[in-house]
Design a protein. Structure first.
Length: 297
């Protein structure tokens, strides 16, 4: 079998077009513009690239975009004060504090200081609890992107065996909760799991988020399974230079799987599209308007 390649870039473009249309409708009907504030502390190069892309796409979708670039020496108190002022700002509906934060700042304290209804990352404990108990929540962008790709490919996920590889708060745990909400039988596998390839081989759906280049080989995959690769790993190429690869050995796994996301061009573009969708959803909920059902969970 040669797997279908799931085109996250094209899907994300469709999603962004839907968001842009809804933003125009909100403006025309209610004079309302969704606003996203991104807070970047320090000068980590990877974070700067992410933040630049987020800003560009926010503006392209017709949203109000605010960026706060802060020195890495900023105090925890000053950062909490900024979050407090964004919580009160009526022009801001989404707040994203780019992680990681410098080690002198308590990340959990800052995240939990964000008003839950403006927490477009879905990292606030209140949103984590709401997802786990089946209530309307802000959902972390990468797992939301994976879920939308899976639903698009498979339709109803009910009863399918799903294995999530990785147990991070940003991807693994929320991904497992979302799959459970869609009535999958969910296993979270991680570095301590016994016979991890055997566990993975029972899955109809595999979501790989381990952060290790090409760790998942063809012998981990049940023929016909749907494989979602969240990994983005920079590697040295044999001929020199560097390249990006996922957690899945794409060339060999695509000979066994039914469908697979590529890296780059799979989950990555979905993440920012889902951030825009979350900002729109937050704006609608805060303002008491109906949020588009296809863009939220
Ligand atoms: N750093 C890496 N990924 C993310 C993300 O999804 N949200 C935030 N806030 N920081 C990140």
């Amino acid at each position: 079998m040669v797997a279908d390649v799931l085109d996250g870039k094209a899907f994300a473009a469709k999603l962004r077009a839907m968001v842009t249309k809804e933003v125009t409708r909100l403006k025309d009907a209610h004079g309302m513009t969704p606003g996203l504030a991104v807070v970047l502390v320090g000068d980590d190069p990877a974070s700067q690239v992410y933040v630049r892309n987020k800003r560009k796409q926010t503006v392209e979708a017709g949203m109000h975009s605010v960026e706060h670039r802060l020195d890495s020496t900023i105090s925890e108190e000053a950062l909490l004060a900024l979050v407090g002022s964004l919580n009160k700002d009526p022009a801001i509906h989404g707040i994203l504090v780019q992680l990681p934060l410098p080690s002198h700042i308590d990340e959990a304290l800052v995240i939990n200081a964000i008003a839950p209804e403006k927490d477009v990352d879905g990292f606030h404990v209140s949103n984590v609890g709401r997802i786990a108990t089946g209530q309307a929540a802000m959902v972390p962008c990468t797992p939301l992107g994976c879920l939308l790709l899976l639903r698009d490919r498979l339709g109803d996920l009910s009863g399918l065996n799903a294995v999530v590889l990785g147990r991070s708060n940003i991807v693994g745990k929320p991904m497992a909760q979302l799959l459970l909400r869609d009535s999958c039988t969910v296993t979270i596998a991680h570095s301590r799991t016994r016979d991890i390839s055997g566990v993975c081989r029972r899955a109809d759906i595999v979501v790989a988020a381990v952060g290790r280049a090409e760790m998942i080989g063809a012998d981990w995959i049940k023929p016909g399974a749907t494989v979602i690769d969240v990994g983005i790993n920079r590697i040295e190429k044999p001929g020199g230079g560097t390249g990006l690869v996922g957690d899945v050995a794409f060339a060999e796994v695509s000979q066994v799987a039914g469908a697979i996301t590529p890296v780059p061009g799979g989950v990555g573009p979905m993440t920012i599209a889902c951030l825009l969708a979350n900002t729109l959803t937050a704006c609608c909920r805060i303002s008491g308007f109906r949020a588009p059902a296809t863009l939220s969970v």
